[in-house]
Design a protein around this ligand. Structure first.
Ligand SMILES: [Zn+2]
Length: 87
């Protein structure tokens, strides 16, 4: 999945809607990917602390409630744009 552009993030008002708690799970993940890659958002978006604190808690809570049987929570770091070794 290609990362969204900054223009697309603005167009969808992802930042505003994230603060308002209106984003769906896929949208949250989309914005998280964009946020990690976008120097504009990561340096200028004023809700970085909200993003880190609340989003992390929110995702953990959702994963916990949807993965109760596995008992094995994925690391949130897995959502980052980490390069995979493919040799
Ligand atoms: Zn951006």
């Amino acid at each position: 999945m290609a990362h969204m552009s900054h223009e697309e993030a603005l167009e969808k008002k992802l930042a505003e809607r994230l603060v308002l708690g209106e984003l769906t799970d896929p949208e949250i993940l989309e914005f998280e990917e964009h946020y990690a890659d976008c120097s504009v958002c990561s340096s200028s978006v004023p809700f970085a602390q909200i993003f880190v604190a609340n989003l992390t808690a929110l995702l953990r809570e959702r994963q916990r409630s949807s993965r109760q049987e596995s008992g094995d929570l994925p690391e949130l770091d897995d959502f980052g744009p980490e390069p995979e070794a493919e040799l």
